[in-house]
Ligand binder design. Structure first.
Ligand code: 13P
Length: 234
């Protein structure tokens, strides 16, 4: 059984979500499927499909104009939230410390954070990939996870670029993440791979040791692209 999450980023509409959830209702799968949509599309009317948000405030409530708390996400229908996506780290200067606080707020509210880590092209070229991944996991995961977190490894240089690391590179990164989680007492935490996943490479990627599923960007927007990813693994 694999964990397959779509990240719609700033795309879609209520109508597109309805179209997707009704298409997903008929898909015969044992995999866990989650759609992470913009705040405005969160709803309780999901045809049984689990929804997630793409960001959350680290604060509970109060004078934080424009922010949305974890409790509000839950109230709106979210069961998951992506935290520390590379686009948040890049455009909103989110650090591991901020990501950890956001993940903790989600856990406190009973929402599962999907915590993203991964290296930039500069970091890769400087030979820092493994160090960035390990510190990303150690510093972005809260101490008290209540057994409810998901990690996503997203090589930032490959996102939306149609690029993918080699199977050996993915295996090396995921093995390191699994070992790091184990040393933190978090063995068994699902670890997803994300960057340029599509129907044609999903099965191969999910067969790599320690890859428990995928986080899919562009190919999660249309049922014709997303469903083959879900059905590519039993
Ligand atoms: P793409 O699948 O479009 O490369 O995006 C990956 C991603 O950022 C998922 O969170």
């Amino acid at each position: 059984m694999k964990f397959i999450a779509g990240n719609w980023k700033m795309n879609g509409s209520a109508a597109a979500l309805k179209n997707m959830t009704s298409a997903l209702r008929d898909v015969d799968t044992k995999n866990t499927v989650v759609l992470c949509v913009p705040f405005t599309m969160l709803t309780h009317d999901t045809d049984g499909v689990a929804l997630g948000a793409q960001d959350v405030s680290a604060h509970d409530h109060g004078a934080y104009t424009g922010e949305v708390s974890a409790q509000m996400l839950k109230d709106a229908g979210a069961r998951y939230v992506i935290v520390g996506h590379s686009e948040r780290r890049q455009y909103h200067d989110e650090t591991n410390d901020i990501v950890r606080d956001k993940a903790a707020a989600a856990i406190e509210a009973g929402i599962t954070p999907i915590i993203c880590v991964g290296e930039t092209m500069d970091e890769k070229q400087a030979g820092k990939t493994m160090a960035i991944i390990e510190s990303g996991v150690r510093e972005s995961v809260p101490t008290d996870t209540n057994g409810k977190i998901v990690i996503a490894y997203e090589p930032r240089w490959a996102i939306g670029a149609g690029l993918t690391p080699t199977a050996a590179e993915i295996a090396e990164a995921h093995t390191l993440i699994a070992k790091t989680l184990e040393s933190m007492g978090l063995a068994g935490t699902p670890v997803l791979y994300g960057a340029s996943v599509k129907g044609s490479n999903a099965a191969e990627i999910m067969s790599i040791p320690n890859v428990d599923g995928v986080l899919v960007g562009g190919a999660s927007l249309k049922p014709d692209d997303f469903i083959p990813i879900i059905t590519s693994m039993k």
